[in-house]
Design a protein around this ligand. Sequence first.
Ligand SMILES: [Zn+2]
Length: 688
Amino acid sequence: MTIPQSFIQELLARVDVVDIVGRYVQLKKGGANFMGLCPFHGEKSPSFSVSPAKQFYHCFGCGKNGNAISFLMDHAGMGFVEAVQDLAQGVGLQVPDDDISPQERERAAAARQKQATLSDVLEKAADAYRRHLRESQRDIGYFKGRGVSGAVAKRYGLGYAPEGWRSLASVFPRYDDPLLEESGLVIVGEEGQDKRYDRFRDRVMFPIRNVKGECIGFGGRVLGDDKPKYLNSPETPVFHKGRELYGLFEARTAIREQGYALVTEGYMDVVALAQLGFPNAVATLGTACTPEHVHKLLRFTDAVVFSFDGDNAGRRAARKALDGALPHATDTRSIKFLFLPAEHDPDSFIRANGTDAFAQHVGNAVPLSRFLVESASEGCDLATAEGRAHMASNARPLWTALPDGVLKRQLLGELAELTQLNARDLSELWSAGAGAREPARATAPAPRSQAPAASPYADEPPWGDMPPPDLDGWQPHHEPEYVGGGGTSGGYEAPGAGGYGGGKPPFRKNSGGGDWKKGSNGKWSKRDKDAPWPPQPRLPRTPAMGRADHAARLLLSHMAFLEELTHDDHAALCAQPSPHGPLFTWLEAQFHEHGPLAWAVLRESLREHECEDLAVKVMTGAHAQTEGELAELRLELRDLLNRMLIEDIAEQQKLLMLQAAQDPTALERYRALEQKRKILLGVNTTTA
Ligand SMILES: [Zn+2]
């Protein structure tokens, strides 16, 4: 790209690194330089020096050094472009970018302006809530009763939203300002303007800040028994629950000092932990932990401990956090799970057992690898071949989500041992399955009766090449990979190039009749699109990643498509195995912060990012250009997404079928999913 070096130099000449660092670190003049406590490592006496003459910071303790841009990237967790934009905005410069159309630029600027405005509004409300807290003995009493000191209350900006329907009317000049509604502070009743009222009433207030320290929303907790006990700001242009962690801004430095982040379930946990000597705690905001939460945290540390209450809800939440963490569990990171005794949250545990006991608990937290195995084995009788096969089936998506590395290989060995297979067999079984999951290219269905004899693979299950049965008759045993349970070492070989996967035949079928749908390896042409699908020669098996690659390419070159996706689409994209899932997650975050960006801009932001290689790979080479009308590309994307969703559903259905014997509700859920699947298949048909 795109941001010219000359601009970076001009920018660095205009900003003052002392101001920028001073936003985050308390600095004192010492000779020609400014000194402060290093924000990158824990220390008691200052060895962090900022030079106004050289426009440079340097830590004599840990050696960290750099300029204003690198400070924002390293300390505030911003990306390169974000940091440049942040600095440019501060000195009134416009970031030049030839790759962005004037409309795109205008739109991005408007989005940033809107976010800044909403943050101002929220900040003003936070001030008012803080003032109210100081005036309210009862609420001060509440925090004091929970052992929260004035210093901690100040650090987290705790406040109080008074009783009464329109307290904010005394804070803002116009109570009917649409910004109050947009920021989630005021609710407008259905009858219109007359029915406006404050969302937060008679609650102690926890301002939620982004990593830059701007107020983006609130959590409010009742003092009495009113419901709901906890109330969050709604989703707004600045606040997305699935992306923000409460307390991250406040915990940033402590996370570096302590060497890990502690993820808890609620804001009061965070504040109480800070009070009790664990200022490195953050919390999700009443939602399950997402891959994006984990990704965000990992910008600040390589070690994360998730803490959960010891009840069933805690166990379920832990399972979700595991899913969110898997794509990020590289060999250099440490991700652990801490389960407190059933009756405790972190606050009550420390009060009952002391800080040391809690620290010891943290030290003994369950590593991700062990929790993965435990989760997969849950409810499986490993003494039987069926139980072991079931465990393997549970483990497969978890293991697949792990990034490649030593951990992944070791786990394969461990899982193989548990299933009483050798690692090579299990790996082959699973990778064969992955190939099978890819819908085959348009292949004329063989008559059912011929199938077994026609199979060129002696070891392959006889239904390997069977035509799709009736959709209603779909049974999970069409997944061939678990046949034979623990017994048949190796089962069958993965078909090589030119072969075919014996996967989920129903998905090859149009719901409308006997037509076959087009394949998905990224080779689309107008001719293909207009023609009905003639039988095509068998093509080499598409690599399992073909579809995700193609989706990545479409979204990287047409980021605006992100806006049109459903919640399910987003979830399916982000749940893709690494590196695709993390790339989609990253792209959504970019979209959220900047609106649609040109590829050249994204390219720049991706430098040294974990997803850089993948993004560059899909955006270069023979298929890099997404050709065709926007409407056509949109349909391509829709088709890809539907396939992902359908696969997802099939995975869930498979598990439900296995559960159906013990759990009568499983069948119901199976049917609901079947409904959904049919709708998706229908959509596919009309677009194809
Ligand atoms: Zn340092």
